[in-house]
Ligand binder design. Structure first.
Ligand code: FAD
Length: 560
């Protein structure tokens, strides 16, 4: 049921079994799962069904440190559905190696094993609408070529692992289910500004919610789950420091530390020496029509032997902005995305990533389009339909290269670093919440990982006689450092640990020393993997839901 903010009274207390803060993908999944278990849930969301600049401004950071972080409105969305309104749609789980303690990656010890999460993958794929929980192309029927190019067999380097794609907006996809559930009350337009704790037990007694129109409400439950996204969850804890010095969960001094994500960019292209027509450069589809893509990755033994962080690479178009590619479709895409109209077509972060790079004159782009008119016209129709009318939506586009050369985009885990951190300032938003300061830092190890991975990919291609890497211009370490930038995956600031002194939450996401407060967010991740965060956030969300439903059942059994 949707509770209209207009119907709320100033000072009202809303009681439930569980309060969930934040209706992004994680909050929506937990609300639905708990409702299925018959639990009475209040789901509180800062934003509304559509975007609002005034609400979005509440999340602004006071400052973003020296570098390496996009503006907050490009990496969060205060709206029903959260960041899934603006995400890319790449669905990929973490690997077993991500959960292993690796001596060469400091602070890499998780309290959870891969197998404990893998049992939720099918449910996650269901929520994401991304088909079956199968990420090895050898087990997907109907795909004849296993490797990215013929003859490139898996060894230490793999090309048989795939990513799935699903461009869904959780706010739209699940609005009806939330509204119709008799167990869920959804409050939009209410921002949680402080978690209030009892002075005696330190447990949460209520959460304070405020609207921009000036109303204050109290949310009182047996249990509370924070799903406000990595940055906003951390900010809410840091702001709740009346009883717990430094904020709730800061018993170890680690709240806000280890702020990480990924290192990504491009420094090389792959020049294949195989039949250009047989290069798997674009999307495949599975039997459900779900979009799939192959990528370069590594097996665990190779990562361990070379002591490198988990990293993958995928083939991409040449930079759209540089008309020397001579491709009408790429020039058309560049002109549209760099025009004022571009921001209505894709999220700002994705638009900016697509149009950055060496600029050429518009005349050259227009000439490319005219010289390549039939293909460009065909693309306008087919891509427009696939992206905005078809279901599932087309996630993107890749252009065939006659020369069989493709840029290689790398995407690797960022090494956990306690000095990369989010902290609180004295600057306040309109609702009185203190804003954050972000100091996002990469390490030399992150840069070294990227260079080593490229050497291994190059050696593998050469050994198998399938081609080689050609490095793009520039000094490699500086280019990698200049490309380094992330705020989209928001990892580490409420990290998981078995021992309270080594983290903020336990293996279920319960805040150490506080019996009734849980977190389901990328902020609980210990390491970042080669995978984007959504899939694993939802696996943890599904796992936490089962845990909470189990506790609720045993509470009611022991009371009867
Ligand atoms: C541009 C972009 C591209 C991305 N692409 C990918 C991709 O391809 N694949 C992938 O796996 N991941 C991707 N991600 C990351 C992914 O979208 C996020 O990890 C995921 O959506 C996070 O979900 P969440 O529910 O944990 O948090 P969020 O989506 O951030 O949701 C949090 C919700 O809480 C609400 N909220 C915040 N503060 C409060 C408060 N104080 N009170 C009440 N409500 C509050 C917010 O309004 C929001 O609705 C991308 C992210 C961005 C920004």
């Amino acid at each position: 049921m949707l509770v209209e903010t207009g119907s709320l009274q100033d000072g009202e207390q809303i009681e439930s079994e569980v309060t969930i803060v934040g209706a992004g993908a994680a909050g929506i999944v937990i609300a639905i799962e708990l409702a299925k278990a018959g639990m009475d849930v209040v789901l509180v969301e800062s934003g509304d069904k559509g975007p609002s600049p005034d609400i979005q401004a509440l999340a602004d950071a006071h400052d973003l440190g020296k570098n390496y972080h996009p503006p907050i409105d490009e990496c969060t969305r205060l709206q029903l559905g959260g960041a899934s309104v603006i995400w890319g749609g790449r669905c990929i789980p973490f690997d077993p190696i991500d959960f292993a303690k690796r001596e060469y990656i400091p602070h890499s010890e998780w309290p959870v094993q891969y197998s404990e999460l893998a049992q939720y993958f099918e449910a996650v794929c269901g929520y994401l609408r991304c088909g079956e929980a199968e990420f090895d192309i050898r087990n997907i029927p109907g795909i004849s070529q296993i490797s990215i190019v013929p003859g490139l067999n898996d060894g230490g380097v793999l090309t048989s692992r795939i990513e799935r794609w699903s461009v869904i907006d959780f706010g739209k996809e699940y609005a009806r289910e939330l509204a119709e559930s008799p167990h869920i009350r959804l409050l939009c337009g209410v921002s949680c500004t402080e978690i209030e704790c009892s002075g005696n037990s330190g447990a949460v007694s209520s959460i304070c919610g405020k609207t921009l129109s000036g109303k204050s409400i109290k949310l009182a439950s047996k249990k509370y789950v924070l799903t406000a996204g990595g940055l906003n969850t951390t900010r809410l804890l840091l702001n709740s420091d009346r009883v717990h010095p430094g904020g709730i969960g800061n018993h170890s001094g680690l709240l806000g530390r280890f702020y990480t994500g990924h290192i990504s960019g491009r420094i090389a292209k792959v020049a294949f020496s195989t039949d250009p027509k047989k290069t798997a450069y674009g999307f495949g589809r599975d039997k459900d029509g779900v979009y799939l893509r192959q990528r370069f990755s590594f097996d665990s033994e190779t990562l361990n032997r070379h002591k490198i962080g988990n990293i993958v690479g995928w083939l991409v178009n040449p930079q759209l902005s540089d008309p020397s590619h001579g491709n009408g479709v790429l020039s058309f895409a560049y002109l549209v995305l760099s025009s004022p109209f571009g921001r209505f077509l894709v999220s700002e972060a994705i638009r900016k990533a697509a149009v950055t790079g060496a600029k050429g004159s518009s005349i050259h782009h227009i000439r490319n389009m005219f010289c390549d008119l039939p293909r460009t016209l065909h693309f306008m129709g087919s891509f427009g339909y696939g992206r905005y009318l078809a279901k599932p939506r087309t996630p993107g586009f890749f252009q065939y290269s006659k020369a069989n050369q493709y840029d290689l985009h790398y995407f690797g885990e960022q090494t956990p670093n306690p000095d990369s951190r989010v902290s609180i300032t004295d600057h306040r938003d309109k609702l009185g919440m203190r804003r954050i300061h972000i100091e996002h830092r990469y390490l030399q190890q992150d840069i070294d990982n990227v260079i080593e991975a490229h050497k291994l990919w190059d050696a593998h291609l050469r050994q198998q006689g399938c081609g080689a890497l050609e490095y793009l211009d520039g000094d490699l370490p500086s280019t990698i450092g200049e490309n380094a930038n992330d705020g989209f995956h928001q990892i580490g600031t409420t990290r998981m640990s078995d021992k309270p002194e080594e983290g903020v939450v336990d293996k279920h996401g319960k805040v150490h020393h506080i019996d009734n407060l849980y977190i389901a967010s990328s902020s609980t991740f210990v390491t970042a993997s080669q995978a984007n965060s959504m899939f694993t956030i939802l696996a943890f969300a599904a796992r936490l839901s089962r845990h909470l439903a189990g506790e609720s059942k045993s509470d009611s059994t022991s009371m009867s």
